[in-house]
Design a protein around this ligand. Structure first.
Ligand code: IDP
Ligand code: MG
Length: 150
C-alpha cells in the first residue's frame, strides 16, 4: 500500500474540473485519505517545487500555483504513485495520451491541471508539506476486496 500527494491545480479548480478529476482517481480504485482546499503561499510553493528552483519556468510556476486555490489530496492504494502518474498523463499535455487527465483537458505545459508525486520518497516529503499526520485518515472500505487481489 502506498500514499501519494495529488494537487488539483488552480487552473482545474477555476475550470470546475475537481469533480471530474476526483472521479477518475476514485474509479481507478484508489482511496481518498485526506482532502482540502488550499491557498498556497509563496513559501509553500518554494518548498514543494524546490527541485525546480534553477529552471527558467520556476518563477512562473510559483506565480501560477499561488494564483488561486488548489485541492490537495492524499491518495492511497496499491502502487498509488505510479497509478496516479499514468492517470495524469505526460507533463506536457501535447504529449499526454488521450484518456489521461492532461491528455483530455490540457493544452499547455504551464497549465497542466494536476500534480502527482513522482516517487514514494517524494510522496512522503510532499504529503508532510500539505497535511499534518492527524489529517490523513486510515479507514477500511468494504469494496476493496473487489479491487485488490488478496
Ligand atoms: P510533473 O508535474 O509531470 O511531475 P515536473 O517536471 O516535475 O512535471 O514539473 C513540475 C511542473 O512544472 C509541471 O507540472 C509544469 O506545471 C511545470 N513545468 C515543467 N516544465 C515546464 C516548462 O518547460 N514550462 C513551463 N512549466 C513547466
Ligand atoms: Mg514532478
Amino acid at each position: 500500500m502506498q500514499r501519494t500527494l495529488v494537487l488539483i491545480k488552480p487552473d482545474a479548480v477555476q475550470r470546475g474540473l475537481c469533480g471530474e478529476i476526483i472521479a477518475r482517481i476514485e474509479r481507478r480504485g484508489l482511496k481518498l485519505a485526506a482532502m482540502k482546499l488550499v491557498q498556497v503561499t509563496p513559501e509553500l510553493a518554494h518548498r514543494h517545487y524546490g527541485a525546480h528552483v534553477d529552471k527558467p519556468f520556476f518563477e512562473g510556476l510559483v506565480r501560477f500555483i499561488t494564483s488561486s486555490p488548489l485541492v490537495a489530496i492524499a491518495v492511497e492504494g496499491e502502487n498509488a504513485v505510479d497509478v496516479v502518474r499514468t492517470t495524469m498523463g505526460a507533463t506536457n499535455p501535447v504529449e499526454a495520451t488521450p484518456g489521461t487527465v492532461r491528455g483530455d483537458f490540457g493544452l499547455t505545459i504551464g497549465m497542466n491541471l494536476i500534480h502527482g508525486s513522482d516517487s514514494p520518497e517524494s510522496a512522503a516529503t510532499e504529503l508532510a508539506l500539505f497535511f499534518d499526520d492527524g489529517e490523513i485518515i486510515d479507514y477500511e472500505r468494504d469494496i476493496d476486496g473487489w479491487i485488490i487481489e488478496s
